[in-house]
Design a protein around this ligand. Structure first.
Ligand code: SAM
Length: 239
């Protein structure tokens, strides 16, 4: 998958692109991440990309012509690579709230173009050129870069071959796990060595070697945990 990110701050992505699972996914060719500097679209020598809002008010707004030219440039390059599908997504606190189900849908696309706002946001007219608007939660960030990283990270780990074991992304919170009959629940508790520390022991069932019993215990734990922590996730359909 290729993800193009239109941003005023491409350097924000440097560490993100280099480390851990995302770094490896890029090195192994499972993910291509290209940043496009919005500043390159500036028409003056000052690199201006924003202006005061019409009608007055605080802050600066990213200009429509600058955003659209950047988007068209990315699209033109993509066209020459002829992807079978792509989606343009605007990062905004006014968008659809991001969830694992959206990550799973987006992971099936061949290309994504993510547009990061900054300052007070962007000129409203750019909304007519995007397929989706995503918010990563009901709070306001200074820019869309963190949101773009959240989306990229959550999608990348769903791509085949990115995690050491592809089933890791099945048996976890918010994913339809096979052990719980495709329900979306929180994951069961996990333990590792030492077996006992500070008088806290690992549940005996996990060390007994009976895998059918372990599966059953985990399923129960998942349901109980979800009921306690996220009752909003529980429905008849979900358990
Ligand atoms: N004035 C805008 C409003 O009230 O809707 C907020 C602008 S915010 C300070 C600047 C940029 O950060 C936004 O254009 C968007 O790209 C990004 N951003 C802020 N919060 C976000 C969120 N929760 N999810 C996704 N992007 C967000």
């Amino acid at each position: 998958m290729k993800i193009d990110i239109i941003t005023l701050f491409p350097d924000f992505f440097n560490g993100f692109k280099e480390h851990s699972i995302i770094g490896r996914a890029i090195k192994n060719g499972k993910l291509e991440l290209v940043t496009h500097n919005l500043r390159n679209q500036a028409k003056d020598n000052y690199g201006s990309v924003d202006d005061h809002p019409y009608g007055g008010g605080p802050g600066m707004v990213l200009r429509f012509d600058i955003l659209l030219n950047a988007l068209n440039e990315v699209k033109a390059k993509l066209k020459s690579e002829s992807p079978s599908s792509y989606k343009v997504i605007l990062m905004t606190p006014q968008g659809q709230v991001y969830k694992q189900t959206i990550a799973q849908k987006l992971a099936r696309e061949e290309n994504l173009i993510l547009i990061c706002g900054h300052y007070e946001g962007f000129d409203e007219r750019i909304r007519d050129y995007v397929d989706m608007e995503i918010s990563i939660g009901d709070y306001v960030l200074t820019g869309g870069e963190l949101a773009a990283m959240v989306i990229t990270d959550s999608i990348a780990r769903l791509l085949p071959g990115v995690l050491g074991d592809d089933t890791s992304s099945h048996e976890e919170s918010h994913s339809p796990s096979t052990s719980s009959g495709s329900a979306r629940l929180l994951e069961y508790p996990q333990y590792t060595r030492p077996l006992e520390y500070d008088a806290k022991k690992v549940p005996e069932i996990l060390t007994g070697g009976n895998h059918a019993k372990i599966d059953e215990w985990r399923k129960e734990q998942s349901i109980e945990r979800t009921k306690m922590r996220r009752p909003d996730m529980i429905s008849d359909k979900n358990i």
